[in-house]
Write a protein that binds this ligand. Structure first.
Ligand code: MG
Length: 385
C-alpha cells in the first residue's frame, strides 16, 4: 500500500498541512480504513505500508492506534520513495518470502469493498494479473489544448482504472526489475505489466471505491459511509458496596472519603458501567465474561486498563464512540469537583475527546441503598458508529 502522496491538491485547498491519508474520515484516518479493509481478509498474510519519509513515525503511531495487536502484527512499515513506483518497489522488497500473490492498493481509496478485493484475487490467481476498473459512462471529449473540442472520443471499451491491482508476485517482480533496468516509469503497476506484454485482466471495481484527492471527495466518502454506517447503542449498569479501608475510585479518579468501594478490581463502578455499555453495543456480553473476578490477574487492577481493552474491541469492529452519557448515583461525597478529571480519564481510554463523554451525578434524596450510603451505582449509555 503506497501511502506516499503528500496530497498537495487537498492541503492547498483546505489550508491543512497533514497528508490526506491521515485525515479523519468519519472518525477513522483514511489510511487506517484502507488497511482495515485488507486486514479483515483471511487470505491476507502481510500488509506492507510504504510511508512518506517525513511521516514515517506518524504513520506508525496512527496504525498502532487504530489497529488491533494482531492486525498490527501483519503490518510491515517501509520508507516510501519519491514516486509511487519507487514506493511499490520498496514494498515488494519487504514482502515475506512465502507471499505468492500481491495486491497493490492506493491508501487514498478507503472505501474499497471485500467483493472487489475478492474479484481481484481470483482473477489474478487465474490469469496472472488483474486490475479493478469501472466502465466509463461520461462522454469523452479530446481537447486541442486550447479549451476547444478537437473531437468526441468513442467511450466504447474504455475503463477507469482503480486499485487494487493484483498480480502473481513473480510477474510483478519481473516487471519492476525490467522497469528499473530500462529506466521506465509508469503511473501504475498494470501499466508496467502491460509494457512487458503480460495480459492484465479487467475486473469490475465499484463506483464507491473513489480516490480521495479533493476536499469534496472526502465529503462524498463521508456521506457514503454515513448512509451505510450502523449505529449500535449499549447500556451498562454497575453497583458496588461501600466499605471501610478501601480507596474510593470513580472514573479513574481517587476521591478522598472515609469509605471506598469493595470489589475484585479497583471497583470503579463508573468505568465498569461504561465498559458494560460498550460491550453491550457490541453484543459481547459483559465485563464479567471478559475479565472474570476469579482471575487473579485482575485483582486490584486499574479499571481504566480494562476500558482500554474493551475499547480495542470497538475499534476492531471498525466502530468508534460517538458519545456516552454516564449517570452516577451517589449520596456522598460530592462528585461535581471530580467530574472533569473523570471525563478526561474515560475519554483518553476511548481515544476520544472529553466533549463526547457526559458525566452527571445524583443523590437519591437519602432513599434506598444509595441514600443510606451502603453503595454507589452507575448507569452508562453509549452510541457507537
Ligand atoms: Mg463492577
Amino acid at each position: 500500500m503506497p501511502a506516499g502522496g503528500t496530497g498537495t491538491r487537498m492541503s492547498s485547498r483546505t489550508g491543512g498541512q497533514l497528508p490526506k491519508q491521515f485525515l479523519l474520515l468519519n472518525g477513522i484516518p483514511i489510511l487506517a480504513r484502507s488497511c482495515l479493509a485488507f486486514l479483515e481478509i483471511e487470505a491476507v498474510h502481510a500488509l506492507v505500508v510504504a510511508a512518506p519519509a517525513d511521516y514515517y513515525q506518524q504513520t506508525q503511531t496512527i496504525l498502532q492506534q487504530y489497529l488491533s495487536h494482531d492486525q498490527w502484527a501483519k503490518i510491515r512499515l517501509v520508507h516510501g520513495g519519491a514516486t509511487r513506483q519507487d514506493s511499490v518497489a520498496a514494498g515488494l522488497r519487504a514482502l515475506p518470502d512465502n507471499v505468492e500473490l500481491v495486491l497493490v492498493h492506493d491508501a487514498a481509496r478507503p472505501l474499497i469493498d471485500q467483493e472487489t478485493i475478492g474479484r481481484c484475487i481470483l482473477a489474478a490467481m487465474q490469469h496472472g494479473a488483474a486490475i479493478a476498473a469501472v466502465p466509463v459512462h461520461d462522454t469523452l471529449k479530446l481537447s486541442d489544448g486550447k479549451n476547444c473540442v478537437l473531437r468526441t472520443v468513442d467511450r466504447e471499451g474504455l475503463w477507469r482504472a482503480q486499485t487494487p491491482q493484483a498480480a502473481r508476485r513473480d510477474l510483478l517482480d519481473r516487471a519492476f526489475a525490467e522497469a528499473l533496468q530500462k529506466n521506465i516509469s509508469l503511473t501504475d503497476e498494470a501499466a508496467l505489466l502491460e509494457a512487458m506484454d503480460i495480459p492484465v485482466h479487467l475486473v469490475e471495481g465499484s463506483a464507491r471505491n473513489l480516490k480521495i484527492t479533493l476536499p469534496e471527495d472526502l465529503r462524498l466518502a463521508s456521506a457514503l459511509l454515513e448512509e451505510e454506517s450502523s449505529m449500535n447503542i449499549g447500556h451498562g449498569f454497575d453497583a458496588h458496596r461501600l466499605v471501610e479501608s478501601r480507596k474510593l475510585i470513580l472514573g479513574g479518579v481517587e476521591i478522598k472519603h472515609p469509605k471506598g468501594l469493595d470489589g475484585h478490581s479497583d471497583a470503579d463502578v463508573v468505568t465498569h458501567a461504561l465498559c458494560d455499555a460498550l460491550l453491550g453495543a457490541l453484543a459481547e456480553g459483559d465485563i464479567g465474561r471478559h475479565f472474570p473476578d476469579t482471575d487473579p490477574q485482575y485483582r486490584g487492577i486499574n479499571s481504566l486498563l480494562l476500558l482500554e481493552h474493551v475499547y480495542q474491541k470497538v475499534r476492531e469492529k471498525g466502530l468508534h464512540l460517538h458519545n456516552a452519557d454516564v449517570s452516577i448515583l451517589c449520596q456522598a461525597p460530592k462528585l461535581a469537583p471530580h467530574i472533569p478529571a473523570m471525563r478526561a480519564n474515560l475519554a483518553r481510554a476511548c481515544a476520544t475527546g472529553p466533549e463526547r463523554i457526559n458525566i452527571k451525578a445524583s443523590t437519591t434524596e437519602k432513599m434506598g441503598y444509595i441514600g443510606r450510603e451502603e453503595g454507589i451505582a452507575c448507569h452508562a449509555v453509549v452510541l457507537l458508529r
